[in-house]
Design a protein around this ligand. Structure first.
Ligand code: NAP
Length: 554
């Protein structure tokens, strides 16, 4: 029996280190690792020991015997990777990587700004070093986990299992949260830097890119960034107006976020109820009139940014009628992606289900409507190869209008300038060298490398940044101002939410969910979050809270 990596692969490569026969690739350091859509197990050399399944933080690795029909394509996807993969050396990797010791004894204190995956993987890497006395993770929200809580699609429960890894990191007594504190508002960057030997910015890419076309500002024209936060219960987006009273919605863009949004708008209410979607959007989606979501890519299926694991996952859904708006004979390739797109283009329609239509080679030129969105004007594109050999979309003169009551642009995220740090306007990132902005200030995650990659990409990204921090600590560190950062924080915001308070809030959400047969009922109102976090947990609540039986090793 061999094992197969499936859709929820987070690519943090924990499995790679666990594998005794080095059969999972690409590994960190191998060509293609940074861009990999997922990792792949070589069926020819897998010995079926299952060590990788224990190491995987999201349960993405399954024995071939346990694959569902919808997951079967992953068997071929894993195997085909090795058709072209050349591995010069199949020696097993060291089971436990050698641990660097610092030349200076410490103790050192590090602050991380941002409690999302990039911040928490960084905390994990730092806490491997005994010289680090304290890691404080700051976030402006009262809840940690960033995009895992407010970005990952609610129906992707497996991906959210990475929170078990985060819980294991939180258990280190040197780890602390400082939640509900905004750096730049409650505390300045300078104040923070005076109190920690290193400050790591893991603030993500929190805004969206714009189409810059007429009508984009109309009610009913929204960014995917906002819509995703709305259905995931982000407190800032609780009041977002998402018009769901028309039969058709349009999503512009061809990335994984576009597929997430299209799926959430078309899944039947029963499927959404089984998720941790926030209560108010769930109610709105239950009443939704949307029957069809058209996803529009400006280039062709071969150039689309969505990944194979996500396309396979979508194609395998029984609940949704997935269609491709292309003549099958025009899709000529014989790679897995072309074969799957061709299969979707020839599928018999299932009119009893809500539909997702993937349309290619078109761009919006105007969002139509008077006092609200009524549709979108599209221009057909042809693909031309530019001087760098890249296929680009070039508009033709053929336009057409598509009726829709909701237009969502899903064309990528953008970082926001961090006060006190240098800024590269073009990429929307902080310029850095291997994560170092300057001695004492570092970046990790999307604010460092731009809005690409999976959750697990942050592990190797964090390793690089932490190596730079350790280099600087070894070189010598500035004297810190007297007094703990905690005193300063409390002088600005008396009700700071730490780990104990977050656990209370977490337990209450789980308990409320359990009471109505849902995985979690998110509390989205900040005042209520604060109240619940401050209230002592009752024994009854503790007893009612489901916890994972086993913990994932870090
Ligand atoms: P993305 O992967 O960068 O995709 C952006 C899409 O927008 C591309 O198709 C791009 O087309 C298109 N686009 C850009 N400007 C456009 C314009 N002016 N008009 C029309 N189309 C335009 O961004 P994303 O979907 O936001 O995802 C961000 C990252 O998160 C990605 O790495 C993604 O894989 C990851 N993610 C992963 C998952 C998952 O694993 N399940 C889920 C969500 C997100 P061109 O290619 O032509 O530029």
């Amino acid at each position: 029996m061999s094992y197969v990596v499936t859709q929820s692969c987070c690519a943090d490569a924990s499995c790679v280190v666990a594998c005794p026969v080095n059969c999972i690739h690409p590994t960190p350091g191998e060509p293609g690792f940074a861009e990999a859509e997922m990792l792949y197990i070589d069926p020819a050399s897998c010995v079926g020991c299952g060590a990788c399944t224990t190491a995987c933080p999201v349960g993405a690795i399954l024995p071939t015997s346990a694959l569902s029909p919808g997951q079967e394509p992953f068997r071929l996807l894993n195997a085909e990777y090795y058709d072209t993969f050349e591995l010069p050396d199949r020696t097993p990797l060291a089971l436990v990587p050698t641990q660097r010791r610092l030349a200076r004894p410490g103790p050192f204190r590090v602050a991380i700004v941002g409690a999302g995956p990039a911040g928490l993987y960084t905390a994990d890497e730092l806490l491997k070093h005994p010289e680090i006395e304290r890691v404080d993770v700051y976030d402006r929200l009262l809840t940690p986990y960033g995009l895992v809580r407010h970005g990952v699609a609610p129906d992707h429960a497996a991906t959210k299992k990475v929170t078990r890894l985060f819980e294991a990191i939180e258990r280190d007594p040197r780890f602390g949260y400082v939640l509900g504190i905004e750096i730049g508002r409650d505390l300045t960057v300078a104040e923070l830097r005076e109190r920690y030997h290193a400050v790591v910015f893991a603030v993500g890419a929190t805004t969206d890119r714009r189409l810059d076309i007429p009508g984009e500002q109309l009610p009913g024209s929204l960014s995917a960034t906002d819509v995703v936060r709305w259905y995931n219960g982000h407190p800032d987006l609780a009041g977002l107006e998402v018009p769901l009273d028309s039969e058709r919605a349009v999503v512009i863009g061809n990335g994984n976020v576009a597929l997430d949004v299209a799926r959430i708008l078309t899944l039947p209410p029963a499927a959404l109820t089984a998720t941790d979607m926030a209560p108010a959007p769930l109610e709105a989606l239950r009443r939704s009139q949307v029957r069809e979501v058209v996803v529009i890519g400006r280039r062709g299926p071969a150039e689309a940014a969505f990944t194979m694991p996500e396309l396979i996952g979508l194609a395998g859904l029984d609940d949704i009628d997935v269609r491709v708006d292309l003549a099958p004979e025009s899709i000529t390739g014989n790679d897995q992606r072309s074969r799957l797109v061709r299969e979707l283009a020839t599928r018999a329609p299932r009119p009893d289900r809500r539909r997702i239509v993937l349309r290619f080679a078109a761009s919006p030129v105007e969002v139509l409507g008077g006092d609200r969105v009524s549709g979108v004007r599209l221009v057909e594109n042809r693909l031309v190869t530019d001087a760098d050999g890249v296929l680009r979309a070039e508009p033709t003169t053929t336009t057409s209008d598509l009726d829709a009551g909701l237009v969502i642009r899903s064309i990528g995220h953008r970082g926001l300038r961090v006060a006190g740090l240098p800024w590269d306007e073009k990429s929307g990132t902080v310029p850095h060298r291997r994560g170092r902005v300057e001695a004492g200030a570092y970046v990790v995650g999307w604010i460092k490398r731009g809005p690409t990659g999976s959750i697990g990409t942050n592990k190797s990204c964090a390793q690089e940044t932490v190596a730079s921090i350790l280099d600087d600590l070894d070189r010598g560190v500035p004297a810190l101002v007297e007094g703990d950062a905690a005193d300063l924080v409390r002088s600005r915001q008396r009700e700071v939410v730490g780990l104990a308070e977050w656990r209370r809030l977490d337990r209450e959400e789980l308990a409320r969910g359990m009471a109505v047969d849902r995985p979690r009922l998110k509390i989205t109102d900040v005042a209520e979050q604060r109240r619940v976090a401050a209230a002592p947990t009752t024994r009854l609540q503790r007893a009612r809270t489901p916890r994972p039986a086993t913990l994932i090793a870090t």
